[in-house]
Design a binder for this molecule. Structure first.
Ligand code: NI
Length: 260
C-alpha cells in the first residue's frame, strides 16, 4: 500500500467541505493518508484548523491569499498570528505574489507577503508560496527575510531554470496534476531537475484533476495517486519508492510526526 501525503489541498472549499468524511475515506483507500489543508483567508484558515483537529493525519497551513492582500490590515495580521499559534498548524501560507490576475496591487501583495514571512520566521514555521508571473519579486522578498525555516513553491509552473534557482536557495518544490496535462512540457522539464528529497506532491483540490481523470470534478486527494504515478515515471522510480521518498520529504518539510 502506498503512503502519500497531499501537501496542498483545500478541504474547506465547496463542494469538498460538504462531504469531508467521504473525501477522507476515499483518500485513505487510495493510499493518500495525510493532508495539509491550506487556508486562503482568516476565516478559511480558522476552518482549516478546526477541520485538521478532527482527523488524524490532517494538518493546516494558515494565510491570506495574495489575491486578497488589499484587505489585509494590522488587525487581520494579528488575527492571523493567533490562528497560526493553534495546534495542528504546520505552515504559513499560501502567501506570495500573483501578477497574473493582480486582484490586489503588486505593492499591496508585497507588503502582505513580507508580513506572512515575518510571521513564519517568528513562529519557526515553514512557508507555502503561491507564485504566478512574479518569480523575480518573489525570490527578492524571500531573500530579504532571514531565518526562514523552510520554503516550498507550490503548484510549480516555472521552467527548469527557475527550479534550479529555487533549489539553489535550499527551497522545496511541489507539483500538482498540472504536470500530467498534455501541454505542460515546461513543468515536466522542471520535474526532472528536482531531487526527490526536495519534491512534494499535491492536488490543490478542488481544482485541476490530473490526467487521465481530468474531467472528474471536483478534484480530491484520492486522485493524487495519478499525479504521483506520473511523477514517479518521470523520475524513473517505481510508485512505491517515489511515494516513500516524497512522503519522507513532506514529513521533514512540515515536521510531521512519524506516524502521520
Ligand atoms: Ni492552493
Amino acid at each position: 500500500m502506498l503512503e502519500l501525503i497531499d501537501t496542498h489541498c483545500h478541504l474547506t472549499f465547496e463542494p469538498l467541505a460538504d462531504d469531508v468524511p467521504g473525501v477522507v475515506g476515499r483518500s485513505r483507500d487510495a493510499g493518500v493518508s495525510g493532508w495539509i489543508t491550506v487556508g486562503t483567508s482568516i476565516e478559511d484558515s480558522r476552518r482549516a484548523v478546526a477541520l485538521a483537529e478532527r482527523y488524524e493525519g490532517m494538518y493546516a497551513s494558515v494565510g491570506v491569499h495574495p489575491h486578497d492582500a488589499r484587505l489585509v490590515d494590522d488587525a487581520m495580521l494579528a488575527d492571523l498570528e493567533t490562528v497560526a499559534r493553534a495546534g495542528k498548524v504546520v505552515a504559513v501560507g499560501e502567501t506570495g505574489l500573483d501578477y497574473h490576475y493582480n486582484f490586489s496591487a503588486p505593492e499591496e501583495q508585497k507588503r502582505v507577503f513580507a508580513a506572512h514571512l515575518e510571521l513564519a520566521a517568528g513562529l519557526d514555521l515553514p512557508v507555502v508560496i503561491h507564485c504566478r508571473e512574479a518569480f523575480d519579486d518573489t525570490m527578492a522578498i524571500l531573500e530579504g527575510i532571514s531565518a526562514l525555516k523552510r520554503v516550498v513553491f507550490h503548484c510549480f509552473g516555472g521552467a527548469a531554470e527557475q527550479a534550479h534557482l529555487v533549489l539553489e536557495r535550499g527551497y522545496f518544490i511541489s507539483f500538482t496534476g498540472v504536470v500530467t496535462f498534455k501541454n505542460a512540457h515546461k513543468a515536466r522539464e522542471a520535474v526532472k531537475v528536482v531531487p526527490v528529497d526536495r519534491l512534494m506532491v499535491e492536488t490543490d483540490c478542488p481544482y485541476m484533476s490530473p490526467e487521465p481523470v481530468r474531467r472528474q470534478k471536483p478534484n480530491e486527494p484520492a486522485l493524487m495517486t495519478h499525479t504521483a504515478a506520473f511523477l514517479a515515471a518521470l523520475k524513473g522510480l517505481n510508485p512505491e519508492d517515489f511515494a516513500r521518498e516524497t512522503t519522507k520529504t513532506a514529513k521533514t518539510f512540515f515536521s510531521l510526526e512519524p506516524s502521520a
